[in-house]
Design a protein around this ligand. Structure first.
Ligand SMILES: Cc1cc2nc3c(=O)[nH]c(=O)nc-3n(C[C@H](O)[C@H](O)[C@H](O)COP(=O)(O)O)c2cc1C
Length: 356
């Protein structure tokens, strides 16, 4: 029976345990560049014992940023500062990974501490793009509907970003197709009302995600995992459903996707989401069972016993922690103590004295 401190091997990459840092925007970059904040923030979580340290949603083009302060990887110049971070993370036994993202119609908003508000051209915003010209809500700007040429350029931006991620030392990629951002906007009938080959039927709505996965897998090394974060349900009538997710996962599996990170929601402000402890775990469990795909569970996972139960009962293969990792970068170390797994976690030599 696997447990929280068992290793997990996917392709050529070995995770030292089943704990990952969920992607979290830090709103701390200028022009997409990683800096000391990202080094300390991500580095601390590698020292803390997580097996997988994922960057925040990293934009594949400038207009794909959620906020102007997001991390980006649309130019070769972004590689060097990331390299220093990945070297540090790998040097402490964790796997550095990047979440590649495009925010689509939800792009160009202020950081949460400035209200998460859509920005206008005078205060740093830009006109967002999307599958259709439907704004996310009445405060959001109306997106420009992407034409076929622009869609193909976006697919290329994702694969160019994957090449740069490899150059910067990332060993794991997660494609962000959740939370109402661009790929999810194409998947969901809530945001996609196109009548060409990218809209309408299920096969058409999944096309951009499929093409993006193919373009990334073509350039991303065979021995490195490719994961995808999906909103497994829109939580709203007429939206994307768990059944849709399961159909899509069967296809993604054939295309070389290795893990489904099972999140939910984000496509509509009117969705009513029953948030609570482990509320998305049943999605990871069902998708794992029905598709035999490796899954990650995320959302309101805070307690070591809770995380261990998810792995032991094979409801998911990996747990990703978001806010709990902000509260405590040493959560994996704490969990190893609580679960009597102290021999199964690396304590940095510099901190050994505290173990005596
Ligand atoms: C500050 C913050 C930033 C986030 N940024 C991202 C992001 O960049 N990409 C993403 O997929 N999810 C993002 N999320 C969602 C988290 O990855 C996670 O799915 C969510 O917080 C639920 O997990 P939790 O209950 O452990 O926090 C963010 C969450 C927080 C709190």
């Amino acid at each position: 029976m696997p447990h929280l401190f068992d290793p997990l091997e996917i392709r050529g990459v070995a995770l030292r345990n089943r704990i990952g840092v969920s992607p979290m925007c830090m709103y701390s970059s200028s022009d997409g560049f990683a800096n000391e904040w990202h080094m300390v923030h991500l580095g601390a979580r590698a020292i803390g014992g997580a097996a997988l340290v994922l960057t925040e949603a990293t934009a594949v083009e400038p207009r794909g940023r959620i906020s102007p302060q997001d991390l980006g990887i649309w130019s070769d110049n972004h590689i060097q500062p990331l390299k220093e971070i990945t070297q540090f993370i790998s040097g402490h036994g964790a796997i550095p990974g990047m979440q590649l993202a495009h925010a689509g119609r939800k792009a160009g908003t202020s950081p949460p501490w400035e209200g998460n508000q859509p920005l206008n051209d005078n205060n740093g915003g830009w006109t967002p793009v999307g599958p259709s010209n439907i704004p996310f809500n009445k405060n959001h700007r109306e997106p420009n509907e992407l034409n076929l040429e622009e869609i193909s350029e976006i697919t290329s931006s994702f694969s160019d970003a994957a090449i740069r991620a490899k150059e910067s030392g990332m060993q794991w990629l997660e494609l962000h197709a959740a939370h109402g951002y661009l790929l999810h906007q194409f998947l969901s009938p809530i945001s996609n009302t196109r009548d060409d080959q990218y809209g309408g039927t299920f096969e058409n709505r999944i096309r951009l995600t499929i093409e993006t996965v193919q373009s990334i897998r073509n350039v991303w090394p065979d021995n490195y995992p490719l994961a995808i974060r999906l909103s497994t349900t829109d939580w709203i009538e007429g939206g994307w459903t768990v059944e849709d997710t399961i159909k899509l996962v069967h296809i993604l599996k054939e295309l070389g996707v290795d893990l489904i990170d099972c999140s939910s929601g984000g496509s509509s402000p009117n969705a009513s989401i029953p948030r609570g402890a482990g509320f998305q775990v049943p999605f990871a469990e069902r998708i794992r069972r029905e598709t035999e795909m490796t899954t990650a569970a995320v959302g309101f996972i805070t307690e070591p016993m809770q995380a261990d139960e998810i792995i032991r009962n094979q409801r998911a293969d990996l747990v990703l922690l978001g806010r709990e990792m902000l509260r405590d970068p040493y959560w994996p170390q704490r969990a190893s103590r609580e679960l009597d797994q102290r021999d199964n976690i690396a304590i940095p030599s510099q901190y050994n004295q505290a173990e005596k």
